[in-house]
Design a protein around this ligand. Sequence first.
Ligand code: GLV
Ligand code: MN
Ligand code: MN
Ligand code: MN
Length: 427
Amino acid sequence: LLIATRTVKSINLDVSGEEIASQLLHLATFTDDPNPAVTRIVFTENDLLARGYVKELMTAAGLTIREDPMGNIFGRWEGSDPDAGAVMSGSHADAIPLAGAYDGTLGVIGPIAAVAALRKAGFQPRAPIDVLMFTSEEPTRFGLGCIGSRGMAGELTAALLDEKLDVNGTSFLEASTAAGYGGSTHQILDGTLVKEGAVKAFVELHIEQGPLLEAEGTQLGIVTAIAAPAALRVFFSGDGGHAGALLMPYRNDAGLAAAEVALAVEASVLETGAIDAVGTTGLFEIGPNTVNSVPREAKLEIDIRDIDAARRDAIVASVLKTVEEVAARRKVRHRVEMINQDAPATCSDQVISAAAEAAEELGVSHKRMVSRAYHDSLFMARFAPTGMIFIPCRNGWSHRPDEFATPGDIERGIKALALTLAKLAGS
Ligand code: GLV
Ligand code: MN
Ligand code: MN
Ligand code: MN
């Protein structure tokens, strides 16, 4: 796929980092936990309020709104060539429990401002430009991340929509329908899948979520690849019993089996000696979770990632082996659910070059880097030339309430995004 890049140096972009920061903080008020924390779970009331605000901003920027059956929202700026595939830019507005105001949201509000600035500067794109807000990039509600972009890429099955249940036993199908989206399982899958040629390129603006740019004093990161994520759930069950009366030789403690596995996740990762490999047991539940009762049930959710998919898979295999070994030795029952085991993504040279040229034209320092977090870009890259632009964030903090990016960095990121979109769309 050939993307015409074009110098758009003459475009004078009017973007106010302060104004975007205040829009991000307004979006942050739609939250289940008090600010500065942001908790916004897909298809809850606050997610629907956030969607409403994003659609207001899209409308104010003159974009034409379309929503697919999964709840991915598209705001279109028509191009002059009706046959051209769209250049898209977007991210997500759902937020994990006790997160901050910038992860994902910058990549939704940012391109709205980028498009408004291009329009104000008199630019007329040849290809249409779509600003996109994805449904459920975060795995909080249904266990699986990037549901909307997986749907667009054709990486969801009917079974997933019907069987992905939240903690209350509500399926994705039911939750999306209650939110005003949905339809039948097949309508959702067919109506979300992107037709061949419909997307010319995709660019996502995001806070780095790591410390490198800030530490080095580099203003922009241009992403070359996205690390491969995997997630699994492990359940142990034992017989439980009285904490005083059940003597140690007669116990099969599900909590201790889980504890061993959590430590084995760390050990399996460290054994590789690879700084790029990471493993986290972020969810650890035991039941009945009471001081004078031997744990009878345990549930773990484990996240394992690496830029090297084969090494990531070897870590997953080692963890699975430990689960078997621990279950046998501790005489507990076990069950494992593999949630996802995704391939990494390589960013498109054309998008990388367009972003690098944009940074040069703005006189902004930049470096190429890997994204260790996953993003909807991981799935957009399956079918469209894809790239990402990172801005620094304070101390590399993310997925915490004190996540922060400066108005100056926000402004530079949006200007670089605008020029990148203009180059990719052509005039
Ligand atoms: C997305 O938030 C991720 O976990 O990388
Ligand atoms: Mn996140
Ligand atoms: Mn994100
Ligand atoms: Mn994310």
